[in-house]
Write a protein that binds this ligand. Structure first.
Ligand code: SF4
Length: 271
């Protein structure tokens, strides 16, 4: 793992994502090295074109100090759009923690996305925000499959436990079932495992792009070779996604769950 300390002029950038006005990424790169990650487009803009995604992290060591006392007027900041803010390096550098501490005074709406149980370290800080939500991403309860897809993220059971502990601390959280791998991800099992701790769920389909295609197809070839052809043409399987969307809607409505479905890019090439 190549770890480099860098400085940044500003850690907050405006966002075009549907649920965030701003994004903060305390690191460049991500040690979780998920095979389906499409954030590796960041390599082009950060001097890492020849590096392998998952094998480098740039630590924006001055990031917390770039936070200005600003009124965010009800705007939402997403922490972790192209990196995991609680990846292993966070335990050494504490960038995310420092940023959160410096945002406390201005109290923006905060949304954190992570696959790491390290977020539990910061519960005492998180509870001091008036509007804060944590999304825990998970797409299988199967440890072996998770190891293959997300080799350095926390285990599925640890992530469920994060939602439990956040819930017990009174912190709003939701399970982000993402990315949904057809015939691998069992959304009902994931919901049932988590419903005791949250009633909020988001769903995102798998998006195959040129940069993650080879790894995903290699994975499918190992675990579900009979679906190799289906996956090879996944971005044109709109009937599958439409049918799954209807199934999710029905299931969530019957259980009176809050849910959001982000299937919009089932046929396009964006994150
Ligand atoms: S945790 Fe997110 S940013 Fe990190 S490798 Fe996995 S998908 Fe990419």
């Amino acid at each position: 793992m190549k770890i480099k300390e860098i400085t940044t002029k500003s850690i907050i950038t405006e966002s075009k994502l549907p649920d965030a006005d701003y994004v903060i990424n305390p690191y460049v790169g991500c040690q979780h090295a998920c095979i389906y990650c499409y954030a590796d487009f960041m390599k082009r803009f950060t001097g890492h074109s020849s590096d392998t995604w998952g094998e480098f992290v740039d630590v924006k060591i001055n990031s917390a100090n770039t936070i200005r006392l600003t009124s965010f007027n009800g705007k939402t900041i997403l922490i972790g759009s192209v990196t995991d803010p609680y990846q292993q390096t966070e335990l050494k550098y504490g960038n995310t923690k420092g940023i959160l501490k410096n945002l406390l005074v201005s109290q923006p709406n905060i949304e954190i996305l992570t696959k790491s149980s390290s977020i539990l370290r910061d519960i005492d800080l998180l509870i001091q925000f008036k509007n804060l939500r944590v999304g825990i991403s998970l797409n299988t309860l199967d440890q072996k499959l998770s190891n293959m897809m997300e080799p350095y993220a926390s285990s599925p059971q640890s992530r469920i436990n994060v939602i439990k502990q956040l819930s017990e601390a009174g912190i709003e959280s939701y399970l982000f079932i993402s990315p949904i791998f057809p015939y691998v991800t069992n959304f009902k099992d994931l919901l049932e495992e988590t419903i005791p701790y949250t009633r909020n769920f988001s769903f995102e389909n798998l998006n195959i792009r040129s940069n993650n295609r080879a790894k995903i197809l290699e994975f499918i070839n190992q675990v579900l070779p009979e679906y190799f052809g289906f996956y090879a043409n996944l971005n044109s399987q709109s009937c599958y996604w439409q049918s799954l969307k209807s199934e999710i809607e029905l299931y969530c409505k019957n259980k009176d769950l809050k849910y959001r479905i982000y299937f919009d890019h089932s046929t396009d090439k964006k994150k």
